[in-house]
Design a protein around this ligand. Structure first.
Ligand code: CA
Length: 220
């Protein structure tokens, strides 16, 4: 036993899923379809989806926003956990991917909760701010182009109510953040954002090693 976070072997990770994953059939089918997609690594892990749905319920989220939809696994997991009058603004630029997402949102009967915006996310976030929606969102999730993360974070922070939760994916970049020999733009951007959040007095934070690392920022 030690006072550090446990490392998950493949065997132990399988155990985690075996004893805790309650994946609805529609999510399982979406994950299966997406696994055949050339960009399938962009999909979040099923236990992370369940964790995000859990947080949605824990925080009684009614109004959420997602930057980076891909084929819609995380948006569907969150939408299923939203109340019937809840709303998820989903931002993406790729209609080919989001057509898959929409098909599953409809199958799950949650499409009325999801407001898909096909445009560069910065434009959508600025539209929301201009439309008077600052300080009104309960939760946000960033999982898009890594170089854009800081701009998305700054806007989401304004859109969140005090106590609103921002989740930032890929905070560990497969371990690359801690390897000084890795200096690609995406990894540098994540390293800089992680360092910034560490001392950002506008938030409380936790970096949770689930999936590829989930940075959680709670707006003060
Ligand atoms: Ca991701």
């Amino acid at each position: 036993m030690s006072n550090r976070t446990i490392s998950l072997t493949d065997n132990l990770y399988r155990y985690v899923l075996d004893v805790s994953l309650r994946e609805p059939d529609v999510l399982r089918r979406l994950r299966k379809e997406t696994s055949r997609h050339p960009e399938s690594k962009m999909q979040i892990a099923p236990d992370q989806g369940q964790f995000m749905a859990f947080l949605t319920r824990l925080a009684s989220v009614r109004k959420a926003i997602e930057v980076g939809v891909f084929t819609g696994y995380s948006s569907l997991a969150v939408a299923l956990a939203l109340p019937d009058n809840g709303r998820l603004v989903a931002c993406d630029v790729n209609e080919e991917y989001t057509d898959i997402a929409r098909r599953y949102w409809c199958q799950a009967g949650v499409e009325h909760k999801i407001d898909l915006r096909i445009a560069p996310a910065i434009e959508t976030l600025d539209d929301l701010l201009r439309g008077g929606e600052a300080d009104s969102f309960d939760m946000g999730f960033i999982d898009a182009d890594k170089v854009g993360y800081n701009s998305y974070y700054e806007r989401l922070l304004r859109l969140m109510r005090p106590g609103g939760l921002i989740l930032i994916d890929n905070a560990l970049r497969g371990g690359d953040v801690a390897d000084p020999s890795v200096s690609n733009k995406g990894t540098v951007a994540i390293r800089q954002l992680n360092a910034k959040l560490h001392t950002d007095q506008r938030i409380d934070l936790a970096l949770v090693p689930i999936g590829d690392g989930l940075m959680m920022a709670l707006k003060r």
